[in-house]
Design a protein around this ligand. Structure first.
Ligand SMILES: [Mg+2]
Length: 195
């Protein structure tokens, strides 16, 4: 089969009832969950590329931000796992592969969330809230386990994230501030913990 013939087949079988798809976005906080899911995936990629420990801590905070948004989209309060659950997650695997395994754990749950959002929005499948929350919980647990590995309090990671965002959005979110963030000031906020 040639590429053009394949493309014709792709378009014949692609979801495309845009009116119905758009109607599915509002009642269940779907756009918020979509934002959360896209954000988690992109922040995991940033974590994978993190240059140093300061950067790792920043990306872990960013992942937590998007995970918290995901909880909100489901109408559930954001909570951190218990110390016992973090301990259990930390012991899943040991040795050199531990960090890459934690990335895999987060990626699998992020991919599952993507799959659920895709099936809801584009195929009309009912979203399983408890399953979505389970995957968000796995991602949050993996972030907490990495904080433990780095010897940093999860609360400190959350606080540094908020300090960075206060520097970026002094009043509240605006698209202008999101697109033109003060990239010179932000590293200082993260390193010095002020700003
Ligand atoms: Mg980031």
């Amino acid at each position: 089969m040639q590429a053009d013939e394949f493309m014709t087949g792709v378009l014949r079988t692609a979801s495309g009832n845009w009116g119905e798809i758009a109607a599915r976005t509002t009642p269940e906080g779907m756009l918020e969950l979509l934002h959360s899911t896209l954000g988690i995936v992109s922040e995991i990629a940033e974590l994978q590329d993190a240059a140093d420990e300061t950067n790792v801590i920043e990306e872990l905070g960013d992942i937590m931000w998007f995970a918290a948004l995901g909880y909100h989209s489901r109408g559930v309060m954001f909570e951190l796992p218990t110390a016992g659950n973090i301990e259990r997650m930390s012991k899943i695997i040991s040795g050199d592969r531990w960090l890459s395994y934690m990335l895999d754990v987060m990626l699998v749950s992020a991919a599952e969330l993507c799959s659920m959002v895709k099936a809801r929005m584009f195929y009309g499948k009912t979203l399983d809230n408890s399953k979505a929350l389970k995957h968000l919980g796995v991602i949050v647990g993996a972030v907490c386990a990495q904080c433990r590995y780095l010897g940093i309090e999860v609360g400190t990671v959350l606080e540094l994230n908020q300090k960075k965002l206060r520097a970026r959005f002094p009043e509240k979110f605006t698209e202008t501030c999101a697109l033109v963030s003060d990239l010179d000031a932000e590293p200082a906020v993260l390193e010095n913990g002020n700003g």
